[in-house]
Write a protein that binds this ligand. Sequence first.
Ligand code: ADP
Length: 474
Amino acid sequence: MLDRVFLFLGYLAAGALLGLWLDGYWPESHFVTIGLVLAAVGWMLLDSTRASQFLNWLRLDSAAEGGPKSGVWGELTDRVRRMLRERERQTRESQARLQDFLSALQASPNGVMLLDGEARIEWCNQTAAAHFGLDPQRDLMQTIGNLVRDPGFAGYLAARNFESSLTMPGRDSTPSRPVTLSVQLHRYGDGRKLLLSRDITALEQAEAMRRDFVANVSHEIRTPLTVLAGFVETLQTLRLEESERQQYLALMAQQADRMQTLVSDLLTLSRLEGSVPPGLETRVAVPTLMRRLEADAMALSQVMGAAGETDHQFAFECAFDGYLAGAPSELLSAMGNLISNAVRYTPAGGHIGVSVRQRPDGCLIFSVTDTGPGVAAEHLGRLTERFYRVDRSRSRETGGTGLGLAIVKHVAQRHGAILSIESTVGKGSVFSLIFPASRVVPAAVMVDAHTVAGSLAARPDVPMNAAVANANPG
Ligand code: ADP
């Protein structure tokens, strides 16, 4: 500020000196006063020019170079410029932070929507837009109530009680492919609202499956239990002949067996679901496995035959002399279940073929072919569902639980295998397990596999259906 005063005084001094000099030529003419006034006016003009230069710069393009370069106005220009640049930098930083924040919200798997005090959309991420069928650009500042027409949502919005969430159908929901959303509003700021939406379709389906499963299990257990309770009551209240008593006890034992098989299959399934898939360390010798399956198949066919004789014509063909990596008891159970189904559903005199061979691409195919009733195409996709049966009475008559193919599917998945089903009504079916080449080991490569094969052969008493229940799949 001092230099400004000195500059002004300098101007005055220059004016006074000029006046003194002129006074020398024309005395008594007050040139000193005139000089002083002119100097003061000149200084003011110069200062005003700089001030207007500064104002123009500030008004027009304050970020650019320009404006007064020297003096107080020059320094003012410089300081204002620096201040503005600092503020610009801060604005850029805040914008970048805001963008990061919005990108994070955009990446959220849940829908996020910001509503103003009038319930107009200020911002929403792509997920929310998809959930409610909105366009995140076009529908900005539109009232949400006008765009989401679901009556449940309109009621939730109007009730203004946002303590609990609302379950409503998503925009793309159709009767064949329902989509369920869980939606909740949260108040924040000055009357604003945060709308969060979550796709809970899978959760709802899992819950429905759980309910169905419990209902199915209860139903499956209730039927033999009711029969058992009936026989117990009969035995308690009626005086029966010994032969009748024996007959009733045999029927009771049959029902108890049925419940046992069901519980055993349920335990197997839960074990398969809850344990880590088998690795590649344990292997089973395929020819030994086939011998074991053949013996079990014969035994089952004999049990089912009227006179204790094998009712079916079997053809076992093992065209692979090597090893399969996996849990032996699980593999035995899965393959055993397929053979057991063929035996149980194929009428007496029918033909059952069991084969194992390696494909040129290294995969191992285990196939069970039968000349049974076959399965109509519309049932094929559902056969591996728990408790799904095409012929309910035939399944029950032959001791089926409706869980066999569900177990086979699980074992297949755990071994990276595919279960393929081909069937023609009236002609028969082919159930195949296709194991990946990574699990197939040729005999020449294996040295220590016989220990595993030995452990299988050492348990000839394990029935086919129950084999996996006794296993340690981990
Ligand atoms: P189940 O214990 O009833 O046999 P599964 O899960 O093993 O249960 O099989 C499901 C259904 O698939 C059976 O109820 C039966 O209707 C059908 N099925 C399975 N295997 C065969 C087969 N080889 N031939 C005809 N139908 C079969």
